[in-house]
Design a protein around this ligand. Structure first.
Ligand code: DAH
Length: 378
């Protein structure tokens, strides 16, 4: 058959097709009642259809190749001549009825589906857009506020000394001798001044960018008087290179209480309360003897809290002590009348201990994606 391409062959094929069609038609009877019922059923289903997809299936079932209507129209050929016309008219009417039911319902469903799609995809053009992403507060700024809140809740005042500070407040008033190593150029940023060069060729101004928030102690004592209870959070500066654990600019919070009859027990009480506020109900502090020029006795402040990286244990958190009488004298106070305690903690250190931050670079680079991680719980 494959090679059979002659006109004769094609004729034979089409003749066979006719024969086949007639054979199919022969097996059918034209049943007017049955085809009318089938079409009526189809029309009823069209009215009930609730989607275009359903409608399409109804069309296939009642008007498609296998439908009663199509089969009936094929069967007309086998009817006696006198019945053909009537049967043809009936089928024409049925086909038209079906079409009249189908067309409008299809339109309705199409419109309904389009409306639903539009409603689902509606964009409200009048809604305000986020032109400026809000960003996130730096975790350090948030921590500083938490610390301030702690002191305010105890009735203490928040003080803020200047970042550019006289050497006197930063060192001399705090009992640092003129040769104290912290004054060396490698620790302290000196502010350039107009004075003549000194013997070492340095042009001094007696001004520094403060190396510690302790610089606010005598300033606050002089400006605010006693009794004094202040926390002084802020930025400090040292000539350190930026690496994973150091930055030349960092933050501390100084606390100073000067009153009559204050003892180390008061200091320890405040420290433990601060530890709990920052590190949870089980946190506690421990003091280890140390030396600072502006406190006597002086202690290293250690912190214990259960969530410490690598398991519960002690960590160095800051320094503290009873205010050195020489500091009180710098502020014009009589050390026999007043006593005081002071402590200072590093804010970056507090944040690193509290959160899972391992690198100081993250804190200073200002990448909002870093800050955003801390927004929850604000
Ligand atoms: N200012 C000290 C520092 O930067 C910390 C400090 C130690 C503050 C002892 C204090 C204190 O008030 O009593 O290392």
């Amino acid at each position: 058959m494959k090679e059979c391409v002659s006109v004769k062959c094609l004729e034979t094929l089409s003749f066979q097709g006719i024969l086949e069609r007639e054979t199919v038609a022969e097996g059918m009877v034209f049943d007017a009642q049955a085809v009318s019922d089938a079409v009526a059923e189809g029309i009823a289903k069209i009215q009930d259809a609730s989607s275009l997809e359903e409608l399409k299936a109804i069309k296939t079932q009642y008007a498609g190749a296998e439908s009663a209507m199509t089969k009936a129209s094929k069967a007309i050929g086998s009817l006696p001549k006198d019945q053909k016309k009537e049967a043809g008219q009936l089928l024409g009417k049925l086909r038209a009825d079906f079409g009249r039911a189908f067309g409008p319902r299809e339109k309705e469903l199409k419109a309904a589906e389009e409306a639903a799609a539009l409603a689902a995809e509606t964009v409200d053009m009048t809604l305000p857009v986020n032109r400026k992403p809000l960003g996130a507060r730096h975790p350090l700024a948030k921590l500083m506020e938490d610390v301030e809140d702690f002191f305010i809740a105890m009735g203490w005042q928040i003080s803020a000394g200047p970042e550019v500070e006289s050497e006197w407040y930063n060192f001399d008033a705090l009992n640092f001798g003129p040769d104290h190593p912290a004054r060396q150029m490698q620790d302290t940023f000196y502010v350039k001044g107009n004075q003549a060069k000194d013997a070492a060729g340095f042009v001094g101004s007696n001004m520094v960018v403060r190396t510690q928030t302790s610089s606010d102690q005598v300033r606050a004592l002089i400006t605010r008087g006693v009794p004094l209870y202040i926390a002084s959070p802020g930025r400090v500066f040292r000539t350190d290179e930026l690496d994973a654990t150091h930055t030349p600019v960092f933050h501390q919070c100084e606390a100073l209480a000067v009153d009559k009859g204050l003892t180390m027990a008061d200091l320890k009480g405040v420290l433990d309360k601060l530890a709990v506020a920052m590190f949870g109900p089980e946190a506690k502090t421990r003091l280890r003897p140390s030396y600072f020029p502006f406190t006597e006795p002086s202690a290293e402040l250690d912190l214990w809290f259960p969530d410490k990286k690598g398991g519960p244990g002690w960590l160095e958190w800051g320094g503290c002590g009873m205010v050195n009488p020489n500091v009180l004298k710098s502020a014009g106070l009589d050390p026999n009348e007043y006593t005081g305690f002071a402590f200072g903690v590093g804010m970056e250190r507090t944040l690193l201990l509290r959160s899972d931050i391992n690198d100081m670079h993250d804190l200073v680079e200002g990448d909002v994606r870093f800050a955003e991680q801390f927004v929850m719980g604000e």
